[in-house]
Design a protein around this ligand. Structure first.
Ligand code: G1P
Length: 291
């Protein structure tokens, strides 16, 4: 079995109700942070990790993501004619030439575990990544979170999830990991539970949207019963995997922005503006004048 992380799954079939009314017509993954949609940050991170096959698990209503990664003939011709080569390069390079995009439909919204299972025929028998585009993880010019995680795979480690500590009162929004008190950077997961109430949560160490998983997870997902929220949960299949093999909870280098929330999207936008030489100064002035 190959240990290289060539394939990455993006579950993008969600409705994005927290961003209604915009998400009536705009897929939530297309919401921009400055000039790039969330899905572009997610794809850039996967390509940085070495992926050459990107699998988007979508639904029949969401065409925008496929359109975004497709060739835009008219636009490209116009930009070429008017000599706007910088813009042309931006439009043409949403994914590098050697990378292919595969679209898989999730016919029913049965949960994250079910969405990942929909990618099974494309993954085959090799380890793969899962990136939830809502969680924008930014590590500047350093290695992206998924690249950091793919480096953890070896004979005794079949997978990893990205984790960070969250306030106790928010454990019911996340998969929560028990490492048996191991506070190390890459700690062996002992137990994981989806969205526990604060009073029963085993810790406040939350999974954020990055996973490196072995193909065995598909067999486990096939027998995973609906769990929290009545959905087929990826977390429950990972819990089953923990009984067989080592999976690590990894505290990544970088900052995670929860762009599934309005505040997270605002923070990500400000952070990116502060990294942009042309925008940093005016953004700081604006923020100072409002503090
Ligand atoms: C999903 C996972 C959860 C994880 C979270 C990270 O939940 O089920 O375990 O902690 O993503 O963002 P969702 O946010 O889709 O409800």
């Amino acid at each position: 079995m190959s240990q290289r992380l060539r394939k990455v799954v993006f579950p993008v079939a969600g409705l994005g109700t927290r961003f209604l009314p915009a998400t009536k017509v705009v897929a939530k993954e297309m919401l921009p942070v400055l000039d790039k949609p969330l899905i572009q940050y997610a794809v850039d991170e996967a390509v940085d990790a070495g992926a050459d096959t990107l699998i988007f698990v979508t639904n029949r209503y969401k065409h925008a993501i496929a359109d975004y990664f497709d060739k835009a003939y008219e636009l490209e011709a116009k930009l070429a004619q008017s000599g706007k080569n910088d813009l042309l390069a931006l439009v043409q390079n949403t994914v590098p030439k050697h990378v292919r995009c595969v679209f898989v439909t999730q016919a029913e919204a049965l949960g994250l575990g079910h969405a990942v299972l929909c990618a099974k025929p494309v993954i085959g028998d090799e380890p793969f990544g899962v990136v939830l585009p809502d969680d924008l993880i930014w590590n500047g010019s350093g290695a992206g979170a998924l690249r950091q995680m793919s480096a953890l795979l070896h004979a005794n480690v079949v997978g990893a999830v990205a984790v960070e500590e969250v306030p106790r009162d928010q454990t019911n929004k996340y998969g929560i990991v028990d490492t048996g008190g191991d506070g190390g950077r890459a700690a062996r997961m002992k137990h994981v539970v989806e969205k526990p109430k604060p009073e029963v949560a085993p810790s406040n160490l939350a999974i954020v949207g990055r996973y490196v998983l072995p193909p065995r997870i598909f067999e486990l997902l096939e027998t995973t019963k609906p769990g929290a929220g009545g959905e087929i949960q990826l977390t429950d299949a990972i819990q089953a995997l923990l009984g067989e093999r080592n999976v690590l909870a990894y505290r990544f280098d970088g900052t995670r922005y929860d762009c599934g929330s309005k505040l997270g999207l605002v923070k990500a936008t400000l952070a990116m503006a502060l990294e942009d030489p042309a925008l940093a100064g005016p953004t700081r002035e604006f923020m100072a004048s409002h503090s």
